[in-house]
Ligand binder design. Structure first.
Ligand code: ATP
Ligand code: SF4
Ligand code: MG
Length: 325
């Protein structure tokens, strides 16, 4: 696996996405919601990276900023060496075929007034690919690849179950032969009984088409099942990044320890449950120093004063925590 993963598909460098907050009659700028605040990591060809963190940590914003569905505030996003942040409209349109997003709610990517065949075909039409006959053949092929029948192309989204709609969303995402799929909680809106089927479909497709995934999921079992590497995100920053086995067996960051300890089947170094105190603070006003310090069970004196930087502590195991200075 390692050799296959050597070629970098995407390199993200110090990426930030701030949402300005204004107040008063004159819309005075009073601060920024730092949804993504200096994120650096890469994704190799055919690699599945799991992205984990509590609600509001910035996972979806990061996922949307990579293909510039959200405009980054600063930083670089190199796709096979080309900086996405510097592309003009035309360049961006070409690149959007290479990077696709699958959302949690399959209805979000399907127009209820369009047949599912037309929805799957739409990216081909927008990019002016093939004639109509070839497009219809391609739609039939895509539907079969995701486990649907080609004759269902004339039906409307409401005639499908949630799982089938997510299959349609996946078919649509595959239409332009992407290299990277950003899957934002792709199964969390589905019945538990259906989730495994969709995840297995995603695994098959990844293998068959040599795709890379940025897989956003709050369910650590999903991440453990699918990912090669795992990134843990807290208040706009990646606080730990390692290959899956290393991260699950030897978590270093106290936040990772707490997340893992909440799942009974992942015993973190034989320790008991570590309760996370309180909620994630607002990214408008994050705590000083290490953003995690008010909730950390291993907090040190320095933690509220100095921000720990993401540092490689063991081979390919990065952590941002003063415990390992
Ligand atoms: P969840 O697990 O609930 O999906 P998340 O990790 O995906 O959470 P985001 O949706 O990326 O988190 O949000 C990160 C932060 O950015 C939150 O505080 C959110 O309120 C804020 N945010 C997201 N989108 C916007 C926006 N368009 N304008 C202002 N703030 C936003
Ligand atoms: Fe906890 Fe300090 Fe490490 Fe932050 S830097 S996770 S507060 S020990
Ligand atoms: Mg989200």
């Amino acid at each position: 696996m390692k050799n296959e993963l050597n070629h970098k598909l995407i390199q993200i460098k110090n990426l930030k996405k701030y949402y300005p907050v204004t107040a008063g009659l004159f819309s005075r700028h009073i601060g920024d919601i730092k949804a993504v605040d200096g994120v650096t990591f890469d994704i190799s060809e055919r690699e599945i990276i799991g992205l984990v963190g509590e609600s509001g940590c910035g996972k979806s914003t990061l996922g949307k900023t990579i293909p510039r569905l959200e405009e980054p505030t600063s930083g670089e996003i190199l796709y096979r060496g080309t900086d996405i942040t510097k592309l003009d409209k035309k360049g961006l349109r070409e690149l959007r075929g290479e990077i696709q997003i699958i959302f949690q709610d399959p209805d979000a990517s399907l127009d209820p007034r369009m047949t599912v065949g037309d929805s799957i075909c739409e990216p081909l039409v927008i990019h002016n690919i093939d004639n109509e006959k070839k497009r219809m053949d391609r739609v039939a092929e895509l539907m079969e690849q995701v486990g649907l029948e080609a004759r269902q192309a004339d039906l409307y989204p409401h005639e499908f179950s949630g799982g089938q709609k997510q299959r349609i969303g996946i078919a649509r995402a595959l239409a332009l032969n992407p290299k990277l799929i950003i899957a934002d909680e792709p199964v969390s809106a589905l019945d538990v009984s259906i989730q495994a089927q969709i995840l297995n479909l995603m695994m098959d497709i990844q293998e068959k088409f040599g795709l890379a995934y940025l897989l956003i999921a709050h369910d650590l079992s999903v991440i453990r099942h699918m990912a090669h590497r795992v990134a843990i995100m807290y208040l706009g920053k990646i606080v730990e990044l390692a290959n899956k086995q290393e991260l699950f067996e030897n978590p270093l960051h106290p936040y990772t320890e707490a997340l893992l300890s909440a799942v009974p089947s992942f015993k973190s170094k034989g320790k008991g449950r570590i309760l996370l105190r309180g909620d994630v603070p607002s990214p408008l006003n994050p705590p000083s120093g290490c953003h995690f310090h008010p909730r950390c069970h291993r907090v040190l004196h320095i933690c509220s004063k100095e921000e720990p930087l993401l540092t490689e502590m063991a081979q390919d195991h990065f952590v941002a925590c003063h415990l390992y200075r």
